[in-house]
Design a protein. Structure first.
Length: 104
């Protein structure tokens, strides 16, 4: 993920975190954040019928890219009311592709 796109995908907390990650992993970490947010949007949209922005969600995941789990916290009131406070997902990487799953 090119660094020119990071600000449109990551919120302030995520941007602070990515700057603490070794440079070699930063773009890969942001790609995983992007994929996790997309998985969450596809999971939550049928419940809330509202389009969310990338900055409406915060993703927590391993900065060293070793763990396959991630958690999602919505900052949007409509999503907070309709979903648990923190939702977990999982991801896998194979052949240069990232697959994120949200099952709840």
């Amino acid at each position: 993920m090119p660094c020119e796109l990071w600000g449109s995908i990551c919120g302030p907390d995520e941007l602070r975190r990515v700057r603490q990650i070794p440079a070699a992993n930063q773009g890969r970490w942001v790609t995983r954040v992007f994929c996790a947010k997309e998985a969450y949007y596809k999971w939550v949209y049928p419940r809330i019928q509202t389009i969310l922005d990338f900055h409406d969600v915060v993703i927590e995941m391993d900065p060293m890219l070793e763990d396959t789990k991630f958690s999602v916290r919505s900052l949007k009131h409509v999503a907070q009311k309709a979903t648990p406070p923190s939702i977990e997902g999982t991801l896998t990487v194979a052949q240069g592709l990232v697959l994120c799953l949200m099952i709840h």
